[in-house]
Write a protein that binds this ligand. Structure first.
Ligand SMILES: [Mn+2]
Length: 421
């Protein structure tokens, strides 16, 4: 096994593979990419999996790609904070902006590993959907990745990172055993922080019983052992490197950054954690599938309405966003804690493009939503609205806080699939 690179050196190698003339680029070129919401889990899972796949036989370079344009990295200060612990900056990572154009990067010269999703979406799917060779994911299986793909890991865990750690554990142990120098320990401590960020965020510091699994707990134990293995103050340039570690402190730091949307305009809040599906394959290629858009926000609707300048102004912002994304159904899912510290979920669903879509969404509410999700009208219906038969919007408080986008999006996809287009 080749000696371990720092994450920064690894990313420089990956960048070089994208920027060299096509004639000397490794072929096929392997990529690891997370889902389009590009949350901490997707971003860090792609980095860590690409790193270890590149370090284990047959030492095929895997390029980790953030599934967003470079400018969108600025919406994710929590990612920058975790990267800092791994001694890299957002300038070091690779985004869609650095992906060479189709004129020089032929789909047949690429291979793609998906993390934190199991069906490629968006522009990448248009170009490279047929070049997916495996996945590691914790969402519902959409049946797109061939059953004999390797790896093909789909398992319910709080964080996809837990499955990535499981997958890489053997290689990581072997590399660490082979070189026990202080320098190498420091590299492994930096990589451990990369894993720890999403592990703690996705499980609320292992405190959310609805999400946390034994795999998540195991992964945290694995990476914390690597963090506490560094005690050499000579190499340290920061308090974190000196060996100081407190799980709650780290969790607080990252979650505070993730939840701070005070400086963000509403459009950026909707953009920061956005995921979209179409009901028909390749529908964005001029087909006639229905489009479902979903934004998750880490603050309440009251906060968002206040930020926008009132409920009416918030609905206008949402209208603009939904129109720009051309979605048939727009969903906003919020999470926050109330004054007593109780965890609250709220849900807004807006069927926008005609009576059939409205009927399907009402069916979801009556048949599944009300009972399974425990929906009750939000704010005396101040965010509700309809426009003839073609548009219908409702906002609720969601009593069943165990159901997140992971469960709600597939429910909505199911009712929308029933519509002939
Ligand atoms: Mn995830």
């Amino acid at each position: 096994m080749a000696p371990q690179k720092t994450l920064q050196a690894f990313l420089a190698t990956a960048r070089a593979a994208l920027t060299v003339p096509p004639s000397i680029r490794p072929t096929p070129l392997h990529f690891v990419v997370g889902n389009e919401s590009a949350d901490l889990d997707s971003l860090c899972s792609a980095l860590l999996l690409a790193y270890f796949r590149s370090h284990e036989p047959p030492h095929t370079l895997h390029v980790p790609l953030c599934h967003i344009p470079r400018e969108d990295l600025a919406l994710r200060p929590e990612f920058s904070a975790v990267l800092k612990r791994a001694a890299v900056t957002p300038d070091d990572v690779l985004t869609l902006t650095e992906l060479p154009g189709r004129d020089t990067l032929k789909p047949e010269d690429t291979r793609w590993l998906l993390v934190d999703h199991n069906a490629m979406t968006g522009d990448l799917n248009q170009a490279f959907g047929s070049r997916v060779i495996g996945c590691i994911d914790h969402h519902d299986d959409e049946g797109k990745v061939p059953l004999d793909a390797k790896p093909r890991v789909i398992e319910k865990t709080g964080s996809c990172m837990s499955l990535v750690v499981k997958q890489c554990e053997g290689t990581w142990d072997a590399l660490a055993e082979k070189n026990d120098s202080p320098e190498n320990r420091l590299i492994n401590r930096q990589l451990a922080y990369l894993a720890l960020g999403p592990l703690l965020i996705d499980t609320s510091n292992l405190g959310n019983k609805d999400k946390t699994t034994a795999r998540d707990e195991h992964a945290v134990a694995v990476v914390e052992a690597r963090i506490s293995a560094v005690t050499d103050p000579v190499l340290a340039t920061t308090k974190a490197e000196e060996g100081y570690y407190d799980r709650a402190d780290f969790f607080d730091e990252v979650s505070r950054l993730k939840e701070d949307i005070s400086q963000m305009p509403i459009r950026d809040v909707l953009r920061k954690d956005y995921k979209e599906w179409t009901t028909v394959e390749d529908a964005d290629d001029g087909g006639s599938g229905l489009r479902l858009g979903t934004s998750s926000a880490p603050q309440s609707f009251a906060f968002l309405a206040d930020k926008a300048g009132g409920e009416g102004a918030f609905v206008e912002e949402l209208e603009r966003w939904s129109a720009s994304k051309k979605v048939d159904v727009m969903v906003v899912l919020t999470t926050h804690k109330d004054e007593s510290g109780k965890f609250i979920r709220e849900l807004l669903v807006w069927a926008r493009t005609g009576p059939e879509v409205v009927a399907a969404v009402k069916k979801f509410v009556d048949a599944e939503g009300k009972e399974k999700l425990g929906l009750s009208t939000w704010g005396d219906g101040k965010l509700d609205g309809e426009d003839g038969e073609g548009s219908w919007r409702r906002c609720w408080t969601q009593a069943n806080t165990a159901k997140s986008r992971k469960q709600i999006a597939p429910m909505l996809r199911d009712v929308l699939k029933g519509i002939k287009t």
